[in-house]
Design a protein around this ligand. Structure first.
Ligand SMILES: C[S@@+](CC[C@H](N)C(=O)[O-])C[C@H]1O[C@@H](n2cnc3c(N)ncnc32)[C@H](O)[C@@H]1O
Length: 335
């Protein structure tokens, strides 16, 4: 595959939700890989299937439908709010049976029958030619003041952080921060936030929640951390806040467990032989899991990396979209 990637400008959002746009990270690189892959394939297949495991606003996969008439996209996402918007916004593609959307966790990908989703269209198979995971959360979620994902936005946001707000049995970030023992909080901060001061921070959170009665909002959590470390520098406290938010979000949504489960089942049950897999990660915990699996698959002669090293956004993309800064695109082509 040729990977002559020109420096990319961030792609503008396809779907605008409540004035919020989501700039798809490493958009040009994902498209380049997809285009290269499709142009190298033989022409015996009448359709190619793209599984977008983290559909969000469809900003990565929907533009591909315009370019490749023989492509079908199955989009999955846990966020029913965004999914419902997409069903209206992309009605035309859905009516044409070129796009199907399912509100579900990508760990269930292997149980969704694409023949059903695309109305038994000829040429559709159970597994997919191209699979994309763009991990974490979208700008739609980050900027939604009812969700509690943002440590930089409005301080009155309830600490919810669930990707799936219609999941009554799932604990919210508020349930976890108020209900976990000090030891459990310590583990969450250490494992999912890689927080050096996990023991002390867990202790300060427990003290803070007693003082406040309950940690209910993003502002409460920030206050507890700031007051718990009065002598630390402002920058250090902000980093601690950032890591605590990441840890809570990962714990609330079982993010690493989901990723691990998916990577475990994907080669056998989700990706076609000769299929292409692309994963965009945003932090070292995700990177570690993805690279462990890719290296294992390569060692077991199941295929090879699409690009030797994970691709990173150009300086230009980072300048346009600072959220892309820590992103990495891992690619694998199965044999
Ligand atoms: C970074 S955003 C994807 C944005 C999308 N690529 C776009 O350009 O519009 C990640 C999305 O993955 C979804 N998500 C996270 N974990 C998921 C899971 N286990 N199953 C399905 N969707 C998930 C989130 O709800 C969010 O919408």
């Amino acid at each position: 595959m040729a990977h002559n990637l020109i420096n990319s400008l961030a792609r503008r959002s396809f779907l605008k939700l409540n004035q919020t746009e989501h700039y798809p990270v490493l958009y040009r690189e994902v498209h380049q890989f997809t285009n290269d892959y499709l142009s190298y394939k033989d022409t015996s297949k009448s359709v190619y299937q793209f599984l977008d495991c983290t559909f969000g606003g469809g900003n990565h996969s929907v533009p591909l439908l315009e370019k490749h008439q023989n492509l079908r996209v199955l989009g999955l996402d846990l966020d029913s709010k965004v999914m419902n918007e997409c069903k209206t916004h992309y009605k035309e593609y859905i009516c044409q049976k070129r796009l199907a959307l399912e509100h579900t966790n990508f760990v269930h990908a292997q149980h969704i029958d694409p023949r059903q989703a695309f109305n038994k269209k000829i040429g559709i198979t159970q597994k997919h030619d191209i699979v994309l995971l763009d991990l974490g959360f979208s700008s739609y979620q980050l900027e939604d003041i009812e969700r509690g994902f943002s440590y930089m936005g409005n301080d009155d946001q309830p600490l919810d952080m669930r990707f799936n707000i219609h999941s009554p049995d799932q604990s919210t970030a508020m349930d976890i921060i108020n209900g976990a023992t000090e030891l459990e909080l310590c583990e969450i901060l250490k494992k999912f936030g890689e927080e050096r001061f996990h023991t002390l921070l867990a202790q300060k959170i427990v003290e803070g929640r007693v003082k406040l009665g309950k940690v209910k909002t993003t502002g409460d959590l920030k206050q507890v951390i700031r007051e718990g470390f009065p002598n630390s520098a402002r920058d250090e406290k902000n980093q601690m806040i950032k890591r605590a938010f990441q840890a809570l979000r990962i714990a609330t949504n079982y993010e690493l467990l989901n990723l691990q489960k998916f990577m475990e089942s994907a080669p056998q049950h989700v990706v076609e032989p000769n299929g292409l897999m692309m994963v965009i990660t945003f932090h070292s915990l995700e990177e570690r899991i993805v690279s462990q699996y890719l290296n294992k698959w390569r060692k077991n002669k199941m295929g090879d990396f699409g690009a030797k090293k994970p691709l990173e956004p150009s300086a230009l993309e980072v300048e346009e979209n600072s959220r892309s800064k820590s992103a990495k695109l891992f690619t694998f082509v199965f044999s």
